[in-house]
Every structure is written in structure tokens, then in C-alpha cells.
Design a protein around this ligand. Sequence first.
Ligand SMILES: CC(=O)SCCNC(=O)CCNC(=O)[C@H](O)C(C)(C)COP(=O)(O)OP(=O)(O)OC[C@H]1O[C@@H](n2cnc3c(N)ncnc32)[C@H](O)[C@@H]1OP(=O)(O)O
Ligand SMILES: CC(=O)C(=O)O
Length: 538
Amino acid sequence: MPRVEIYDTTLRDGNQGEGISLSAKDKVKIALRLDELGFHYIEGGWPGSNPKDLRFFELIREHQLKNAHICAFGSTRKSGVAADRDENLQQIIRSNVQVATIFGKTWDFHVRHALLTTLEDNLQMIEESVAYLKQQGMEVFYDAEHFFDGFAANPEYSLATLQAAEKGGAARIILCDTNGGRLPNEIFDMVSAVKESLDVPLGVHCHNDGELAVANSLAAVQAGAIQVQGTINGYGERCGNANLCSIIPNLAFKCQLPSIPEQSLAELTELSRFVSELANMHPMNNQPYVGGSAFAHKAGVHVNALLKNPHTYEHVEPEMVGNRRRVLVSDQSGLSNLLYKYQELDLGLGLDKEANRRLLEELKELENQGYQFEGAEGSFELRLRKAFHGYQEPFSLENLKILIEVRDGTVYSEAIIKINVNGQVVHTAAEGNGPVNALDNALRKALEGFYPEISGMQLNDYKVRVLDEKDGTGAVVRVLVETGDGHCSWGTVGVSPNIIEASWEALVDSIAYGLLRQENKDDIDTQKIITGVFRGKC
Ligand SMILES: CC(=O)SCCNC(=O)CCNC(=O)[C@H](O)C(C)(C)COP(=O)(O)OP(=O)(O)OC[C@H]1O[C@@H](n2cnc3c(N)ncnc32)[C@H](O)[C@@H]1OP(=O)(O)O
Ligand SMILES: CC(=O)C(=O)O
């Protein structure tokens, strides 16, 4: 079975995505990871564009790659400038890599209205640029920009541009859906037509403006393309590029077409998160295959069937792409969700059926009041343990006072608390840059003597949601807190018409749950390794 070549352009087209600006060092880290996983080509950047991309090509030379070829990107020569005088082509040569990928105009409309030259001149620019880079000893991939729109508008001319690239000696011709608006059947038909007319192996490069980049790339492969260009997490210009985290498993599991080595598929979830971390982008929960919600089950009917056989509601096994199954608890739950959680948390069989039913109804009533347990697994587990495992809270509140003072135009906040820890009463106060921060500081100050481990827990996120805006400043609010220990994070929730009370509830749960995790640390780690089940997000 011939393998499909995977050409990653995260470092070039991915970096053209809004909000993404990878440093040269981050690019190197990503390239090395892609190489380890067996990606075939990695487009490092456009050396004629900016110093960061130039730096990448300098830095990557210090590494011996095991699998991937690094590609330098650029355009065909400028109109009226000889190829050996074109600065952009010279920079590609100076990047000192084996593969050059250059894009050229395929759509007559672009030649006339963007390049502002003649159709004939453009054909020469393509052929001469490809031939020149080839003469310099490089393997040349030709990206036919706007191919599909060009072929729809003027098939003879767009084919002539591809023939110019073939004549110049291109090793691959990549058909691009640059504006991302084509449909899979159009892509299939046009790739099939080109395949009839050219001998050069074809690739495909799709953008996602019609949300069809993955489907379009697969259609191109089915029509005979042997290379797929795309990015990790689909990052890229406008709505992004074809998402390789979906294309690779679709090729393997749905089309039975190999691409990167089989064992690398189970690393895709980790790769997706690694790249989102370096790109400083929030991971997209609803991303297929690798997203946090890709195998998260909320509906009671689904969880009931999953417990009987996971294939009932999963198109592939989560472990095949390194992801994991999760069951959420909410007002959409049935008893099965609770039973699943008992197993996951190693809590035995839980209560008898009637008591389980009462607990479920209680949870649904709390959700009705505004609690949301699916984002607050810490609060949920504490409730479960309180309900039937004799869980004792590590401390209790005796008294709490918040002072807010405006002095010389500055607002000062102070919290004074009295808490009881194992029968010992602690009375303390702390300031903060707001009342919730003061509360957090005072609570930690009161507890640190008893539980020094809380110094390792940080507040990662604090979100307030007004539940019924029409009640104005008297509305009930939900506070969701995310706390981390540098390794994992967990969510807790509080609900009240008083924002301080809701925050207090979420903060208390966050520390109580963090302490519970510490107590059970060995169990949790072992459990995570053996079954892939773990609490919170790690
Ligand atoms: C479909 C794609 O995504 S292709 C990749 C696009 N990526 C980028 O543009 C990011 C990197 N770009 C850059 O850093 C800059 O645009 C540069 C350095 C390449 C060029 O900068 P400048 O010289 O200032 O030109 P500017 O960006 O304003 O315009 C682009 C020029 O390239 C020309 N051009 C566009 N495509 C091609 C091509 N295939 N072959 C030759 N010239 C081209 C345009 O006609 C225009 O020329 P003009 O200045 O004579 O009008
Ligand atoms: C080459 C390229 O990035 C495109 O046509 O979209």
C-alpha cells in the first residue's frame, strides 16, 4: 500500500493564523517533535520574509533529523527579474535545505489583477523559477495557488501553469484550494482531471473557509494525490488549513491508507496540545479525535450504552489517537453516569439504587440552581465522597469579614477569617488586590501551618457567570475556579446571589480537593498509568 506523504506547514501557513506568532526556537521544538513522529516534510518558513524565519533555518541546521525533510518556502521570481537575481529565490537557496516549495499563480484572474502581468509572463516566471532552484540541486515542490478556482474559471490556462512547473522539473505539484471555498466532489473531479494530464505526482493544500478542508484533502487523496499539506490543529490564514490531527487518523482508520508510522497515531493528542501550548492558543475542546470533548459523554442514554459496549457511541477507540474517554455529570445524566464515575474514581459500587437515584436528583436540582459539575470535577467528587464515603472536610468556617475601604482614591480589600482545623481555631487576616484575592490569601495564610502542601497549589483561572442578567446586580452568579499544582488542574464551583459567597464556596472546594488529591497521590498516579483514567486535567 503506498503511503500518503504528510507535509506539515504549521510553521509557515499555521503561523499566518491570527493570534499565532511562533518564535524561531518554538518552531525548532515543533519541527523536532514532528520529525520524531515520522512526518515526511516540514515547511520551516519563508526565508525571504522575516528574520525569525531566517533564524529558524540557521537553528535547525544544528539538528540531525531522523525522518523529515525541512522545506524552505517562497514565491516564483518577480516579473521582470531574472531568477538568479531574485532575492526571494536566493534566500531559499541560502536556507541550505534540500527542498524548496514555491507558489505561483494559476488563476488568470490573479495574474491580471494581483500580479499585474501577462499570462505568458507568468508561465515563464513559473518554469524559470522551478528550473533555477532545481539547477541549484534542490528538490522543488510547486504550490499551484488558487488552482481549483483557476481551473473552474479557465481550465486551459491553469493546466498550462502546471505544465510550466512540470517542464521546469517540479518533483511534486500541489493543487491549492487557497480561498477554501470548494466542495469535495469538485476537488475530486478536478484532481482526477489533472492526473490525466500530468506525470508529476500531485499533492493537495486546502484551506478551511467552507469548513471542508479535511474532507477536501481526503477527496484529493481518493482522486490520486499522494501528498497532503496541512497544519497541526488546523491553524492557518483566515479560517485555517486542513487539520492534520484529523486527516492522519482519517487516512489510517477510515481509508486504510498509511501515512506517518502507525505507532505515532497514539501521540496525536499529545502533539496537538504541545503545539497549542507553544502557539499560546487555547486547545479546542470540540476538535475531532484529539480534543478534550472528542470522547466526552454527557447524555445518560449514551453512557448507559457505553458501559455495555463503548462502540455504541464512539467511532474509534480514544486510545488509538492517545485521547481518553470521559463521562460528564450534569442534569443530562442518568444513573449510568454516576456508576461510571464510581468506577473511574475507584469508589466501589456506590450506594443502593434508591440512594443513587436520590443523589442524582440532588445533583440535578443543584444544576437547576446554577451549579455546573461538568467543569467542576473537584466539587463533584467531594459531594460524592460526602454522600457515602464519610468524607470529612479538612476545615470549617466559623466567621468571615470582608472590608473594602477607599483611601485617597485607592480601593483596599482585606479579609478576616476564623476557621476551625481539626478542633483548633485560627483567626487571621490578609489583604488582596480585590475582595476575592484577599479571601484567597487569608484562607491560605490560615491553613499553611497545617497543610504546607497548599503552597504548591495556584489559582489558574477564575470565571464568574451571571446566571440571570435580568435580576441586575441581585442576580445569582456561578463562580468556576481552576486550580493547578504544576502537574494537573481541577475545577470547582460555587453558586450564590452573593459573589463573595460563591467565590468562597469554589475556593474552599479547590483547596479541599487539592488536599484530597495529595492524600491519594500514589493511588491517582498508579490509576492513571494503569487505566489511563485520571481526575482533573493533566
Ligand atoms: C497563498 C499563500 O498563503 S502564499 C504565502 C503568503 N504569505 C505571506 O505573504 C507572508 C510573508 N510575506 C511577506 O513577508 C511579504 O509579503 C514579502 C516579504 C513576501 C513581500 O513583501 P513586499 O515586497 O513588501 O511586497 P507585498 O507583500 O506588499 O506584495 C507582495 C508582492 O509579491 C507579488 N507576488 C505575489 N505572488 C507572487 C508570485 N507567485 N510570484 C511572484 N510575485 C508574487 C505581488 O504581486 C506583490 O508584488 P508588487 O509589490 O510588485 O505588487
Ligand atoms: C500556497 C498556499 O499557502 C495556498 O495556496 O494557500
